[in-house]
Design a protein around this ligand. Structure first.
Ligand code: ZN
Length: 179
């Protein structure tokens, strides 16, 4: 039951993230872009895939905190996560593959309503994600090792994803507190 409430809350927060991306100018998707995308949904370029990604990150983060307890949500989540990992592996996105793998293991390490329900969790997760991406990049690069400056640059460039993380996560905390 609570899963459904969190899913609905997450979807509403996801719409809010989309509005934020559009109003702030991070994306400028139009009806025309949507039609183009629907005609060629395999295309990963353009603003519509970005908005879908943002919506997915928000919903993901609104469900994430409760992955710390055995539930139907948990089982379905890990099935879905496996598909995502396979896809990332197949397209050679190894940095993202590593970052997603680490993140989805974390809720299993602690008790229910432990750290996953903390207010600083979404910010720390976004930081952790960027650090893993930068670590991966530094192992691939011919020169130039890991630098926190690059981590900052990643977070700066993809700030809207951090907003999506926080919005989704806080929607979960709000609903836990209200219910
Ligand atoms: Zn919860």
């Amino acid at each position: 039951m609570k899963f459904k409430v969190h899913a609905v809350g997450g979807a509403m927060a996801g719409m809010l993230t989309i509005v934020t991306a559009q109003v702030s100018g991070y994306t400028s998707a139009s009806y025309r872009h949507l039609i183009d995308f629907l005609n060629a949904p395999h295309m990963t370029q353009g603003d519509i895939p970005v908005l879908i990604g943002l919506f997915a990150v928000t919903v993901f983060m609104s469900l994430f905190p409760d992955l710390d307890s055995a539930s139907i949500l948990q089982r379905w989540f890990y099935r879905f996560a496996l598909v995502i990992l396979i896809l990332l592996f197949m397209v050679g996105q190894m940095g993202l593959f590593a970052a997603v793998s680490f993140i989805i293991l974390l809720p299993l390490l602690h008790k229910h309503r432990g750290w996953t329900h903390s207010k600083i969790t979404p910010v720390l997760l976004a930081l952790f994600f960027a650090v893993v991406l930068e670590l991966h990049r530094s192992t691939q690069a011919w020169f130039g090792g890991f630098s926190m400056e690059n981590v900052g640059a990643i977070l700066n460039e993809y700030w809207i994803y951090v907003v999506a993380c926080v919005l989704g996560h806080y929607t979960h905390l709000l609903l836990d507190w209200k219910l």
